[in-house]
Design a protein around this ligand. Sequence first.
Ligand SMILES: Nc1ncnc2c1ncn2[C@@H]1O[C@H](COP(=O)(O)OP(=O)(O)O)[C@@H](O)[C@H]1O
Ligand SMILES: [Mg+2]
Length: 264
Amino acid sequence: MPEGLLQAEDVTVRFGGVVALDSVDLEVPSGQIVGLIGPNGAGKTTLFNVLSGVIEPNGGRVLLGGTDVTRWPTHRRGRAGIARTFQRLELFDRLTVYDNLLAAWEGVTPGAVLGRHKSEGRARVAEVIESLDLGALATRLAGTLPTGQARLVELARAIVTAPRVLLLDEPSSGLDDVETSWFAQVLGQVAGARDGEPAVLLVEHDMSLVMEVCAEITVLDFGQRIAHGPPEQIRNDPRVIEAYLGAEIEPEGSAIEPEGAIAP
Ligand SMILES: Nc1ncnc2c1ncn2[C@@H]1O[C@H](COP(=O)(O)OP(=O)(O)O)[C@@H](O)[C@H]1O
Ligand SMILES: [Mg+2]
């Protein structure tokens, strides 16, 4: 088992009488895409928020590369290499795609407004736009993009800072099957591309997306970790099947192949 780049240890979160997370462990090893799934209300977003620093847990720890970051605010975690996207898209609608990426880079780079750094930022933005094939969208206002493209831009914005860990909250939300499959392909290309970084935690309710791209999957149900393992094992785990009773678990090989880039 490789060492966890990002780890949650024994994390508990209570909202009044609701135990949203009950002593949950999670490990995101370097170079891997780890899936976090579970039915609605299982605690996925809560754990995501604990990892990114939006909420402090009532108990347990969050470790980044072995350092305890449990009490660090979001911006400090951002500088230390934790990048995130949102279940609800949160791009700057009135900025171009290019400027959205540049703003993200400046947000984590001390002294970013200085000339020398500025050119460094521009070079990094250009590199990411090129690698995700977003050149045609660079001058578009983010607010004018359809959801499929906006999700890719959001991914681009998250990796422009060269994060060590990338946290994605339901990136398939609002996407159709073809767009989801395309997103999965781009994600596979991004994950671990720089020396095993970024490692990725993919929070998703779309079981088939997670099965397609993840090396390991953790399953939550009512705030508890009920299973952890590779997709094959998860797919056949009786507790997981029971938790998802009524929801559909897609059979293997059913993913729709994308026919090309997401159309404008
Ligand atoms: N801010 C909050 N206040 C009170 N209860 C909350 C809050 N956020 C989440 N919960 C509750 O915690 C549980 C887990 O929610 P959540 O983490 O959003 O689940 P998921 O993302 O898996 O759907 C649910 O019972 C939810 O109602
Ligand atoms: Mg959620």
